[in-house]
Design a protein around this ligand. Sequence first.
Ligand code: PEP
Ligand code: MN
Length: 288
Amino acid sequence: MQNAKLAAKVESQKHSVLQLTDSVSVGGEDLLIVGGPCSVESLDQMETVAQQLSGSVQALRGGVYKPRTSPYAFQGMGQDGLEILNTIRHRYDIPVVTEVMAIAQIEAVADHADVLQIGSRNMQNFDLLKAMGEIDKPVVLKRGLAATIEEFVMAAEYILAHGNSNIILCERGIRSFDSYTRNVLDLGAVVALKQITHLPVLVDPSHATGKRELVPDLARAAIACGADGLLLECHPVPEESVSDARQTLSLEDMNALVRSLKPIAAAVGRSLPVARRPKSEAPVAMAQ
Ligand code: PEP
Ligand code: MN
């Protein structure tokens, strides 16, 4: 391993706990569960997601700048999608995570979201990594499609070296020879990253498997092996997702999955933060 002097965990150093907002953190005893669609599609869609998930997850996700294999595929809602995320995070008092693909997008994304994601395809976009070092918002850095653990850690080091210490790693599967699953979820990397770095580590079993029926068991396995949380794709009507439909859970299945994590979290000394009542459903104060 090269000299990852800022990412590396030196002996006896504690793991870093990062605040996403005043009340949501990652890396401590509380797990961070992030759920939402692959792509933001409409305000209605995100309202439904927020209403049904805000009692069970700690943060919402939804891409508005989408790195798609085909230039003819849906590329994301862009600025209109950012406005939707901004509305939702304030209305439901819940942090949102969304991807930034280019330096030119950073300012607007940082103004409308709580956590910025660097996707797999940009893990070694070094100029983008350096620019992410200039902001102070948390960054979810996803492992490259075929990145070694060392390359992954050094990518995080770029952001750290440029001044941003709020880095969250995310294992999302790596390419292999078997096309049965979209990728291969490398849980060994999760354990290794927790040993060699002080950074929080999330697992994304949705992109790792590409098949919704494989997601819940791998989500539970991720928590069992020490992940600090999960990034999961879910949608009000999964089959109608404009992107990544095949790996997307229904909101009901998502909530059931989160409930099923409780005993596993407890077994490894972690907890799921107490569910909050969605802000918009808070009882109206009685007039005196
Ligand atoms: C995503 O999380 O929306 C995404 C595109 O994931 P990845 O970069 O891991 O493919
Ligand atoms: Mn996706």
